[in-house]
Design a protein around this ligand. Structure first.
Ligand code: C6P
Length: 466
């Protein structure tokens, strides 16, 4: 397929135009017969029949998909001669123009350090930085901006909590419960702490659908449990965990709860007060914001009682060589110059998600996830991991005889970016007896057409090899 520039631009403006161009010369009937080829071999015939219906009803978002995709300039890129299809949103999302422009405007018009100067630039930068914190507070439903700490990302936030909270509150013989589907970022910091303190880590198991076994969790909770770490959404299975219920259960035993929202915050509305989370963390770059900025939410009383993690400028009230008085929240946990530009960029990303509506984003992505699940799980010799009843945005799979990396490389030749590997969640993969999967992770700009193109290429891989 060769497109001229205006056609390529049009592709982005119209997903179905894009689809037709991609399959020019093959068209729907080819794809249909390709599906039909498998129909008699598969138990899920009704899915196949539905898969053959190539009409795409795209969105209930009041913004058209064309308009949304036009907000993301990178989606106009061609990769290996094909329009880019970005299915690696779990690793990082692409950035809308409003975020890119916000960064550029900051550096062009009012770059300054914050909280440190009386000059106009410092006032402007400080105002924008604190406005961003305010947007995060509302985004998470927190009680006050004092509960919002800017950090580098989810990983740094968890390290902060494990060292500052854990260092002060977890002692020898205490227990830390982590689910079997945690990302390494919510395992390793606790292992380090457990070793330092002589504490124990216990694993909350999941079933073969990728759902937490709540009865087992209940059995593991004791008065020795001091912290429970739960991923809100699994980055490898897409499972949405019942964090509200799990938090209530932990609190019955006096345990503190940290929720890793890295794969949740970009996909649906989070309310930390409703969950009653003690700590909630997420990374900006997975939520349409720049890299290098993330958020630690903590309940005010807990953060106030915690010692600081890093020390230095910005987090102090008064310093002499004899002693230091620390600043109040949130500054106490923000030593040194923070990532000012990217925090303001995170504010712009939150504005963008709010403009589309988190509920609408969630509804679209859940529908798209189901659409992709139905089609990928119907492919022959293909096994999908993670069939939780409550699931969104992630489809992990393997194809018999073809390594996930080979699948990813083949798809890359077609302009389709997916991730292959252990996804930094090795215990979760080991549950299923594999050490690597291919992973499609969805974002708010993905379309059914893109899923169809993916499935078409997966069928081709199965038929012809890589
Ligand atoms: N998962 C993925 O491709 P950082 O790197 O700090 O922004 O996020 C770490 C992290 C923590 N928790 C969960 C559930 C995550 O998914 C991630 C990052 C990426 O799945 C990179 S490994």
């Amino acid at each position: 397929m060769i497109m001229n520039k205006s056609q390529a631009d049009n592709c982005m403006a119209s997903p179905s135009y894009y689809f037709n161009e991609y399959f020019k010369g093959q068209q729907a009937s080819d794809l249909q017969s390709c599906y039909s080829f498998y129909t008699h071999k598969l138990p899920c015939t009704h899915y196949i029949t539905r898969a053959c219906n190539l009409n795409t009803t795209n969105t209930s978002i009041p913004y058209t998909m064309e308009a949304i995709r036009n907000d993301f300039p990178i989606l106009r890129q061609r990769v290996n001669g094909n329009p880019l299809i970005w299915f690696d949103n779990g690793a990082t999302t692409q950035k809308p123009l409003s975020v890119i422009n916000t960064l550029s405007q900051y550096y062009r018009e009012y770059n300054s350090n914050v909280h440190r100067g009386a000059h106009t630039m410092a006032v402007l930068a400080t105002k924008a930085y604190e406005e961003a914190r305010n947007k995060v507070q509302l985004f998470l439903g927190a009680s006050s901006t004092e509960e919002i700490i800017f950090v580098r990302g989810a990983t740094e936030a968890i390290n902060l909590v494990s060292q500052a909270y854990g260092g002060a509150n977890i002692q020898e013989g205490d227990e830390i419960l982590l689910t079997e589907m945690e990302h390494h970022s919510n395992i390793v910091p606790w292992q380090v702490l457990a070793k330092q303190k002589g504490a124990r880590i216990k694993v909350i198991p999941m079933n073969d659908k990728g759902e937490i076994i709540l009865e087992e969790y209940r059995r593991l909770l004791t008065l020795r449990t001091k912290l429970v770490g739960i991923t809100h959404v699994s980055n490898v299975l897409g499972t949405i965990n019942p964090v509200e219920e799990m938090t209530r259960m932990a609190h019955d035993y006096g345990a503190c709860v940290l929720i890793d929202g890295a794969q949740a915050a970009p996909h649906f509305k989070v309310n930390v007060k409703q969950i009653d989370a003690d700590f909630y963390v997420f990374s900006g770059h997975k939520a349409y914001a720049p890299t290098g900025i993330g958020v630690l939410y903590g309940k005010k009383a807990i953060l106030e009682a915690m010692p600081p993690w890093q020390t230095g400028g910005g987090m102090i009230k008064d310093v002499s060589f004899e002693k230091t008085d620390y600043n109040s929240l949130p500054d106490k946990f923000e030593a040194g110059t923070g990532n000012i530009a990217d925090a303001i960029g995170l504010g712009a990303a939150i504005d963008y998600m709010n403009k589309l509506g988190l509920d609408q984003i969630e509804q679209r992505e859940r529908t798209l996830t189901q659409y992709a699940m139905e089609r990928i799980s119907c492919l022959p010799d293909t096994f999908v991991f993670g069939n939780a009843v409550d699931k969104t945005s992630v489809i992990s799979f393997i194809m018999k005889g073809i390594s996930p990396v080979s699948i990813a490389k083949y798809l890359d030749q077609k302009g389709i970016a997916i991730r292959a590997g252990h996804h930094c969640a090795q215990p979760a993969l080991r549950h299923f007896g594999v050490d690597s999967t291919a992973r499609v992770s969805l974002g708010l700009y993905n379309t059914k057409n893109e899923i169809d193109i993916l499935v078409y290429n997966l069928i081709s891989i199965h038929k012809n090899g890589v």
